[in-house]
Ligand binder design. Structure first.
Ligand code: SAM
Length: 283
């Protein structure tokens, strides 16, 4: 069986299928067995779990997941990799391979049943990390734990505290749905080809929202607007980047006891929910 973490075996596999690594699909394949096993461990997969993977590449992480789970459903955008995966995964009989753009996929078509215990694990393509994570968080998929290898900077944003440089709309949006735990860092040398940035493994655990804004759409509009220009005060960021006029915004901020002159990065999710509720009352 081909050793998928061996650079020379990857090279000959790619040559055999006349393939090149596609930068536009964020193709950086894992070549470090230790990192691979630590990701599979961090995903806390039980033999009864159904696992969803995004971006199997040549099947490296897929194999490790398949060995631990009841079944693995894996979604790969790059059609050229499908014959490769059919070869590298041929000895694994609990894997369902779907050739699709994960961002266009209707997750209810994945075929998970409501009584299954679902976990997500992926070495994510860096160019679409945030939309993939947000799609999973916003979906009805009842995945308890989602373990991702991401760009270090994204890992820092997901686990940031208010008032820090990394704290932003992604932090607040992700925290709305899940708790985030940083697992461990991964050096660029663990990949082929090497990415220009370091990476980190994070695990998100979905839970009921910690606060419940009356209107989720207004909440997310406010969060996005508050971080649209980090040098501006909160009131100036919200004016022009939301459908509300300055007076309406000032009233909602005053009702929520929030100083309009502070920066958005000082606010917690609860603060944003309070502002959103004040605005929902005006509609
Ligand atoms: N899992 C493999 C590994 O760890 O070696 C490959 C990870 S590589 C960073 C990301 C993979 O995601 C690539 O195979 C790429 O083609 C695939 N990919 C990129 N965009 C995708 C999308 N929108 N939907 C599904 N797969 C995607």
């Amino acid at each position: 069986m081909i050793k998928l973490t061996s650079p020379s075996e990857i090279d000959s596999l790619m040559r055999r299928y006349d393939l090149r690594f596609h930068k536009r699909f964020g193709q950086n394949f894992l070549i470090d067995d230790n990192v691979l096993n630590r990701i599979a461990d961090a995903a806390e997969i039980l033999p009864t779990d159904a696992v969803l993977e995004i971006g199997p590449g040549i099947g490296t992480l897929t194999r490790a997941l398949s060995e631990r789970a009841k079944k693995v459903t894996t979604v790969e955008i790059d059609t050229r990799l499908i014959p490769v995966l059919n070869e590298t995964l041929s000895e694994y009989n609990n894997i369902k391979l779907i050739n699709e753009d994960f961002l266009r996929l209707d997750l209810s078509d994945l075929g998970f049943s409501s009584d299954e215990s679902i976990k997500v694990a992926a070495n994510l393509p860096y160019y679409v990390t945030t939309p993939i994570i947000m799609k999973l968080l916003e979906s009805d998929l009842s995945a308890e734990r989602m373990t991702f290898l991401v760009q270090k900077e994204v890992g820092e944003r997901l686990s940031a505290s208010p008032g820090t440089k990394a704290y932003g709309s992604l932090t607040v949006a992700a925290r709305f749905y899940a708790d985030c735990e940083k697992c461990f860092d991964v050096p660029a040398s663990a990949f082929m080809p090497k990415p220009r940035v370091d990476s980190t493994v994070i695990a998100l655990t979905k839970r009921p929202a910690a606060y419940a804004p009356a209107d989720k759409k207004i909440f997310f509009t406010i969060v996005k607007a508050a971080f649209s220009n980090r040098r501006k005060t909160l009131i100036n960021s919200l004016t022009g980047n939301t459908p509300y006029d300055r007076d309406t915004l000032l009233t909602a901020l005053s009702q929520a006891s929030i100083d309009p002159g502070i920066r958005g990065e000082r606010l917690t999710g609860e603060d944003f929910a309070a502002i959103a509720d004040g605005l929902a009352d005006t509609e």
